[in-house]
Design a binder for this molecule. Structure first.
Ligand SMILES: N=CN[C@@H](CCC(=O)O)C(=O)O
Ligand SMILES: [Zn+2]
Length: 400
């Protein structure tokens, strides 16, 4: 069964070979979006079968007129912590009156998550994924990290795997309270029995990647040496690497991620020149994933996306949906913050939340024949409205 979608005022393909590209007043272009105006699309068996100008569209079994709306690739949310129970709204309220974030609240979510049943967690995670889809996210990465025992980490990954193939083992989220006086024993547990169990049925059977919260500015997180041990063990076990780095202050996370060939280093809030140079040198391998919902929710300075883009760094945007630093699953919110607060153009922000975040998961997010039909539709004629109409629910996954 094939479906012809017409009435598309603007189709973002993420294929620079398409479209003519436009420049804004500062000379910044949108050629990377590969925009086709007055476009049509044919979808068959869940895949894109044809893309082009409506005037040249072929016939199909069914037709649907989108009434002059814009169509974009579905958002790829490449950084989330959806497997948790409870919330930390009181911690958020305290931050708004000056209490700084230091990662200590993660223990509260660990306790609530351990206490929840499998079915309770399953219902919570499924609802969060549905909430994301209703806002245009069609692909999601989900981390473990609120279990922090072998059994609780495994069940977090199993539940996440029911909803996405893009799962990440984050046993090294923080050192749990029961190991506070013997951090080395916890690193041994993560790099030994936990990692063995995660990869027991084959390297990527339960987790695609391993991640670590590398943050010397938090007493709860891991320093550079601990992070190196965790990441090299994960790499030796066949997992791709992701890093939480440079969130609360300058630190070794970004350079470690670039050195070890991580797919992504996330946060990148505090960067010195050497970090930016390392990221630019790692272009094509390591993506800098910015999470502006975190700076919003922790009252921190926003990362300087303009500096990174101008230096030639691959910059992605993701939500970091989690109960502590950002309980927002909204990629349109992240895009609006990136444009308003971080110096990205609307085109750069959309590209970052689709093509570049996809690359950080090893995916191709172009709208092209043969690609999965992972699309979103905007109740507006162009992608500019994503940031322009901030806070208004105008984008959703396109059901085809
Ligand atoms: N920084 C570490 N992990 C999360 C926060 C988790 C939490 O506070 O519950 C983050 O990406 O910001
Ligand atoms: Zn995170």
């Amino acid at each position: 069964m094939s479906l012809l979608l017409t009435g598309i005022s603007e189709l973002t393909t993420n294929d620079p070979a398409r479209g003519d590209g436009h420049r804004d007043r500062a000379g910044r272009g949108d050629a990377m979006l590969g925009i086709v105006r007055d476009a049509a699309l044919v979808v068959a068996d869940g895949e894109i079968a044809w893309v082009g100008p409506a005037a040249e569209a072929p016939d199909a079994d069914e037709r649907r007129d989108l009434g002059g709306r814009a169509v974009i690739p579905g958002f790829v949310d490449s950084h989330t912590h959806l497997v948790f129970a409870g919330d930390r709204s009181a911690e958020f309220a305290a931050r708004m009156t000056g209490t700084p974030y230091d990662g200590g609240g993660i223990a509260v979510s660990v306790a609530a998550t351990r206490a929840a049943s499998d079915d309770e967690l399953r219902v919570l995670v499924a609802a969060r994924v549905a909430e994301m889809r209703a806002q245009g996210t069609t692909t999601v990465e989900i981390k473990s990290g609120y279990g922090l025992t072998l059994d609780d980490e495994l069940r977090s990954l199993r539940i996440a795997r029911e909803l996405t193939p893009h799962t990440t083992f984050l046993g090294a989220h923080v050192v749990p309270r029961e190991y506070a006086t013997d951090r080395a024993a916890y690193v041994d547990l993560v790099t030994g029995p936990m990692l063995d169990a995660v990869t027991a049925d084959g390297p990527t059977s339960l987790a695609e990647s391993i991640d670590v919260f590398c943050e010397p500015h938090s007493a709860h997180a891991f320093d550079g040496d601990e992070a190196r041990a965790i990441l090299t063990a994960g790499r030796d076990a066949g997992l791709a690497l992701r890093v939480h780095g440079n969130q609360l202050g300058h630190g070794p996370g970004v350079r470690l991620a670039c050195e070890l060939g991580a797919r992504s280093v996330d946060h990148c809030t505090y960067l010195d020149d050497a970090d930016v140079e390392a990221l630019a040198g790692a272009r094509g391998t390591t993506v800098a994933t910015l999470l502006p919902g975190v700076e919003f929710s922790t009252r921190s300075p926003y990362p300087d996306a303009r500096r990174l883009v101008d230096a030639g760094v691959d910059v992605a945007l993701a939500s970091d949906c989690n109960p502590g630093t950002c309980y927002s699953s909204s990629i349109p919110f992240a895009i609006a913050l990136a444009v308003r607060e971080m110096g990205m153009t609307p085109a750069e922000a959309l590209h970052a939340a689709t093509a570049v975040s996809a690359r950080s998961l090893g995916l191709d997010r172009r709208v092209a024949p043969g690609q999965p039909a992972e699309l979103a539709v905007i109740d507006a004629p162009s992608h500019l409205h994503l940031a322009y109409r901030a806070g208004v629910p105008i984008v959703r996954a396109l059901e085809v």
